[in-house]
Design a protein around this ligand. Structure first.
Ligand code: PMP
Length: 437
């Protein structure tokens, strides 16, 4: 029952509308950053009195903090189904985790990656073979297999997302892992959008590396994870050089042999890590069946509602029936994505994301067959940022999570219906909509 689901902090925080009214916020931007769970807030509150530096101090608070930090590593290990000797390196986020892995690759490693990836997973590699968006999941497996087979001698790594941050679609990571194994390659999985929505078992799936971010998993910003095989990490130069990563320093430096310590130089984000681990524990304790059922029910309601509005068209790579997490991106005929997002916010208190979601090649490709919107050219600035939003090839993304309710979904569907019917009106200009509060 929905009442037993973990609660998020600030689910119904009041937000101002342009007409001066205040309404409870309808947050549809979980895929960017999810609000904290109440249990996460409590775990941080409990840790604060013992707030102290890890690993180095002998004082009681330092011992308590160190124990909490190392316990968090074990929590993450079991949350991911990682094996006992797998490394669990705490990073800042998924971007940092992927860059750490790129840094740790043995010289001459060939990386194979699909162009459908988030930039965090698309860009860090020095030498990458970039595969076009596959037409079907089986084509993804076949294309990865061919590319890995054709790679030059030396180490090979397939990098792939588990759930798309654009379409929410689930990728066949288990089969891709098998294909990688057949070709003597390893596989690294971007699980940033999977772990808030589905369980993951690295050992059962045969995944070599997994990366994710705490702030998409109902914990605050600033802590993420790279988990996986230890050998490359142990052999690589420390990602950052400094205290913590060094075993002894004299004329020369001997670096820590432990792959986790080796790549966690500097005072770590203990509270972030404690929060992230609390989120892992809370989701696991709630039970995935309940979490998935809640999400599927609301996602189905949302997509049924969207399907009744002819101007609203979903973005899907593998068709509307392919399984997905609670993310749906769409365009509204005749509307610029930025204007849709600003109207939803200013007139309805609904928070969605618009833009290309840090997946420019993928979104461009998904939108290639759609007519440009009327007003896009007028807003096409700011290409560099993630939330650049206003180019004619942008979309709107609605993503769900634990604080989402039927009322939120109905409000979004009704607002979009209203907006689609008024498509003949002049576009709203971004500058006039932003108000401090
Ligand atoms: N990969 C995916 C699939 C994502 O959705 C995101 C965040 N939008 C990232 C990587 C990057 O995460 P972060 O910004 O926390 O590094």
């Amino acid at each position: 029952a929905p009442t037993r689901l973990p609660k998020v902090v600030g689910a119904d925080v009041p937000v101002p509308l342009e007409d001066g009214r205040r309404v409870p916020y309808a947050n549809f931007d979980y895929a960017a950053s999810a609000p904290c769970l109440e249990a996460v807030q409590e775990a941080v509150t409990r840790a604060l009195p013992y707030y102290s530096s890890v690993h180095r101090g002998a004082g009681y608070a330092s011992q308590v903090t160190t124990a909490a930090y190392e316990r968090a590593r074990e929590t993450v290990r079991s949350f991911l189904g990682a094996w006992e000797r797998a490394s669990v390196v705490f990073t800042r986020n998924t971007t940092d985790a992927m860059n750490l892995l790129a840094h740790a690759l043995p010289p001459g490693t060939t990386v194979v990656v699909f162009e459908t990836e988030h930039h965090a997973t698309l860009l860090p590699w020095k030498r990458a073979v970039r595969l076009p968006a596959p037409a079907t999941p089986s084509e993804a497996i076949a294309a990865a297999d061919r590319a890995l087979a054709a790679a030059p001698q030396g180490p090979r790594l397939l990098v792939v997302t588990a759930a798309s941050n654009v379409t929410g679609e689930l990728w066949p990571i288990g089969e891709l892992a098998q294909a990688a194994r057949r070709r003597g390659a390893r596989i690294a999985v971007d699980a940033a959008q999977l772990v808030p929505h589905r369980p993951l078992d690295m050992s059962a799936l045969g995944l070599d590396y997994v990366a994710f971010s705490g702030h998409k998993l109902y914990a605050p910003f600033g802590a993420g994870v790279l988990a996986g095989r230890s050998d490359w990490l142990r052999a690589a130069e420390p990602y950052l050089k400094g205290g913590g990563a060094s075993a002894s320093v004299g004329e020369s430096t001997r670096w820590a042999a432990d792959p986790q310590q080796r790549h966690e130089a500097g005072t770590p984000n203990v509270l972030g890590v404690v929060a992230l681990a609390a989120a892992c524990e809370t989701l696991t304790a709630a039970g995935w069946d309940a979490l998935v059922a809640h999400e599927e029910r609301l996602l189905a309601r949302l997509r049924r509602g969207l399907a009744r509005i002819p101007a609203v068209r979903e973005l899907n790579l593998w068709g509307e029936r392919h399984p997905r997490v609670g993310i749906v991106s769409f365009t509204v005929d005749g509307w610029n994505a930025r204007d849709v997002a600003l109207r939803l916010s200013g007139e309805h208190g609904i928070g969605v994301r618009d833009g290309k979601f840090c997946a420019h090649p993928f979104v461009r490709r998904l939108l290639a067959d759609r007519p440009a919107d009327r007003s896009g050219a007028a807003h096409a600035a700011g290409e560099g940022g993630c939330a650049n939003a206003s180019a004619p090839d942008s979309a709107v993304r609605a993503s769900l999570g634990l604080g989402t309710t039927e009322e939120h979904v109905d409000r979004l569907v009704d607002a979009l219906g209203e907006l689609a019917r008024s498509a003949g009106s002049a576009p709203v200009h971004a500058g006039s909509r932003v108000r401090p509060h």
